[in-house]
Design a protein around this ligand. Structure first.
Ligand SMILES: C[S@@+](CC[C@H](N)C(=O)[O-])C[C@H]1O[C@@H](n2cnc3c(N)ncnc32)[C@H](O)[C@@H]1O
Ligand SMILES: Nc1nc2[nH]cc(C(=O)O)c2c(=O)[nH]1
Ligand code: SF4
Ligand SMILES: [Mg+2]
Length: 218
């Protein structure tokens, strides 16, 4: 069935930049940032997307994306899956031939997302203050096309992440990303722990924050 292009979405911004996160890091990409999030991660760098925004149809978002002329699209937020219309947007983007990734907190069911989308899902560590929001049944749904990210603010978070990695055999499911919370955990410290423990994970630094000091981190 075709996507519903009349479905409505609340959108904070649509922009063209260098992908700063996930295994797609470095690729020119279009970002579609959906407004609103039911979580409040302690260290969230995107609180400007919690409210405001502009209502648009999926069809209008497609037109704005097409005008930016880039084959790779990242749908993010806020929490994109908190809006029903997000599923229609993801399907419409895939139908139009884009290579699509979705950044999601893992607090909402990822099952209904179009199979062609690469789901980049966070597992919220205790330091985020949102550990209780993790939907643990999402883990079993991850495929090698998806990615799992753990954003860590301390040694306690790191130890917690290593336990999850082992207990849920996460590295067998999909690529695993360990990223320091910017300004809270020194990147070189996290890198050293990963090396010492011989972890099969990918160290990640938000590239856009190295490239640009813009408060919105484009
Ligand atoms: C702003 S969130 C939007 C998507 C979704 N709500 C989520 O949490 O995955 C995009 C990504 O930025 C990460 N992020 C947010 N603030 C950060 C920070 N201060 N340092 C490192 N990563 C951060 C999140 O963990 C998430 O992986
Ligand atoms: N350049 C850039 N890359 C990104 N990758 C994921 C982002 C996000 O906020 O989800 C993001 C972002 O905000 N900027
Ligand atoms: S879930 Fe994502 S957007 Fe929401 S508060 Fe956490 S990092 Fe920010
Ligand atoms: Mg960001």
């Amino acid at each position: 069935m075709a996507a519903d292009l009349s479905a409505k979405l609340r959108i904070t911004e649509i922009f063209h930049s260098i992908q700063g996160e996930s295994t797609r890091v470095g690729l020119p990409s279009i970002f579609v940032r959906l407004t609103g999030c039911p979580l409040r991660c302690d260290w969230c760098d995107t609180d400007y997307a919690f409210s405001g925004g502009e209502t648009m149809t999926v069809g209008t978002v497609l037109e704005k994306v097409a005008a930016l002329g880039c084959p790779t699209v990242c749908v993010t937020g806020g929490e994109p899956l908190a809006q029903k219309g997000c599923l229609e947007l993801l399907k419409a983007l895939c139908d139009a031939g884009y290579s699509v990734s979705l950044e999601t907190s893992g607090a909402l069911d990822i099952t209904p997302v179009d199979d062609r989308v690469s789901r980049v899902m966070d597992l919220k560590a205790p330091g985020s203050g949102e550990e209780a929001s993790n939907r643990w049944d999402n883990l079993a749904r991850l495929t090698p096309r998806d990615e799992l990210k753990l954003v860590l603010s301390s040694r306690e978070d790191y130890d917690w992440a290593v336990r999850q990695l082992r207990e849920h055999r996460l590295a067998e499911r999909c690529p695993i990303l360990f990223s320091p919370v910017q300004g809270q955990l020194a990147p070189e410290q996290l890198a050293q722990w990963i090396l010492e423990d011989r972890l099969p994970v990918r160290f990640q630094l938000q590239l856009h924050k190295i490239l640009w000091q813009d408060s919105k981190g484009r």
